[in-house]
Design a protein around this ligand. Structure first.
Ligand code: IMP
Length: 424
């Protein structure tokens, strides 16, 4: 399951719905930059790092593709436990080859963004980018290293040499190695409790016939290769990452569910062809409660962009989509869908790769009749107004991908199931 826009597609609700029917849930990329809100009965859970299955007691796994802030993990576990969720070594496992996000990564993220002025990415400030840089730069400290802190010296030398040079460029003090090692020593037993080669655990559960749900974070348009580069996150968010980020081969991924919001939002900077900076955009934001789960930032809002979603579905091999937040479009006289772009006199049916072109494309809209009845809480097609059904049909035609689910409220049961991802 992956987000097919810029994140915040309502994955929390869908993943919770699916997790209640899965035997294992796996996070495979990103870190605590993600934010999922789960509403189960009268309880609301906010998750950033832990797989959503944790709330229902389903085996939850953080794969090697995730960058892990151990202190964020500790806080999130403590918060969930205070809400009555039980997190044990039975229902939670953490890849021992995950790279760590350290305080120096968060600091560097902040320093860079502050220095970037108008060119800033608008990151979540969690240190995600710098941590991935150290991972591919082969100088990261990983979860398994926490069991060998006494021999960490040479690794720390390399890491600190790199960061001290960067920090000096920002006029900052070198890394306080003593404080870093002391804090790692303090957190190590907590993290190591859950650490293991999760590929082995996954191999075992797969062999036993378990239904495994891979829970993507962010969205395809934030993918470091396929997204609106450089206004992206630092991981691959596409479905293919589920295999490399967990240690199970590509055959394990099966049905690819793309989560798609009935309109478009984005947090942070970067191109957004259908953005509405008028009263309509304001209305979408208010009705859709479009504020970031992690940072509280106001999300930018706009009409549905079928060009982008068609591209995301193709790139990620999406089998079917889950359409979310349809009710936010209730009450509009007419609704627009972007079907193509105009760029310097040319018509495009895709988003070009160049950042300058991405910033310049102008949306070509198709206007469809709206509906005034409410779609909130609908559980079957019969509950939906005819115009809303027409909208859904037009969306699936334009994105060349069928609708598998329609979500009509944050409640788990308010879902129309068209095609079951676990059966088909
Ligand atoms: P980073 O992942 O913190 O480096 O942020 C890079 C970009 O990805 C920024 O535009 C963020 O707003 C965006 N981003 C990161 N995580 C999420 C998410 O979970 N939902 C939506 N946007 C995100």
């Amino acid at each position: 399951m992956i987000g097919a826009q810029w994140g915040d597609e309502g994955k929390g609700k869908i993943v919770d719905w699916l997790a209640s029917r899965a035997d294992a849930v796996v996070r495979f990329q990103g870190g605590h930059n993600a934010g999922h809100t789960l509403v189960v009965g009268n309880q609301t859970y906010k998750l950033s790092l832990l797989p959503s299955g944790i709330v229902t007691g389903t085996l939850s796994i953080i794969g090697n593709g995730v960058v892990l802030d151990p202190w964020a993990l500790q806080d999130e576990i403590a918060k969930l436990e205070s809400q009555g969720v039980s997190i044990t070594t039975e229902n939670f496992a953490l890849a021992d080859n995950c790279s760590l996000i350290l305080p120096l990564h968060r600091e560097l993220d902040g320093l860079r963004e502050a220095a970037a002025g108008a060119g800033k990415i608008g990151t979540t400030g969690r240190g995600i980018g710098p941590a991935y840089e150290d991972k591919v730069g082969r100088r990261a400290i990983r979860v398994c290293d926490l069991a060998h802190l006494d021999s960490l010296g040479p690794q720390l030398d390399r890491l600190c040499a790199h960061h001290d040079a960067l920090r000096a460029g920002f006029g900052e003090q070198p890394v306080d190695r003593g404080a870093l090692v002391a804090s790692l020593r303090e957190i190590a037993p907590f993290v190591l409790r859950y650490a293991q080669p999760v590929w082995k655990r996954l191999k075992k559960v797969r062999k036993a016939g378990a239904r495994i749900l891979f829970e993507g974070a962010q969205g395809v348009l934030l993918d470091v290769d396929h997204g609106t580069y450089p206004f992206v996150t630092s991981s691959n968010t596409v479905s293919g990452t589920a295999a490399s980020g967990s240690g199970l081969g590509p055959a394990a991924t099966g049905f690819v569910l793309g989560i798609v919001k009935a309109y478009t939002t984005r947090v942070g900077a970067g191109p957004f062809p259908t953005e509405l900076e008028d009263a309509v955009g304001q209305k979408l934001g208010e009705r859709g409660h479009e504020f970031g789960t992690v940072t509280g930032r106001k999300r930018r809002c706009g009409w549905f962009d079928a060009v982008l979603v068609r591209q995301s579905c193709a790139i990620s091999g999406v089998t079917g989509i889950a359409l979310t937040k349809l009710d936010v479009l209730d009450g509009f006289d007419s609704v627009k869908i972007c079907t193509g772009y105009r760029l310097r006199g040319r018509i495009l049916d895709y988003l070009p790769s160049h950042a300058g072109d991405q910033a310049q494309v102008e949306p070509i809209y198709e206007e469809v009749e709206g509906w005034h009845e409410t779609t909130a809480g609908a559980r079957s097609w019969a509950d939906l107004p005819a115009q809303a059904i027409k909208y859904i049909q037009r969306v699936q035609e334009l994105i060349e991908t069928p609708v598998a689910l329609v979500s009509t409220s944050p409640e788990r049961e308010d879902t129309i199931l068209v095609r079951d991802p676990f059966v088909d």
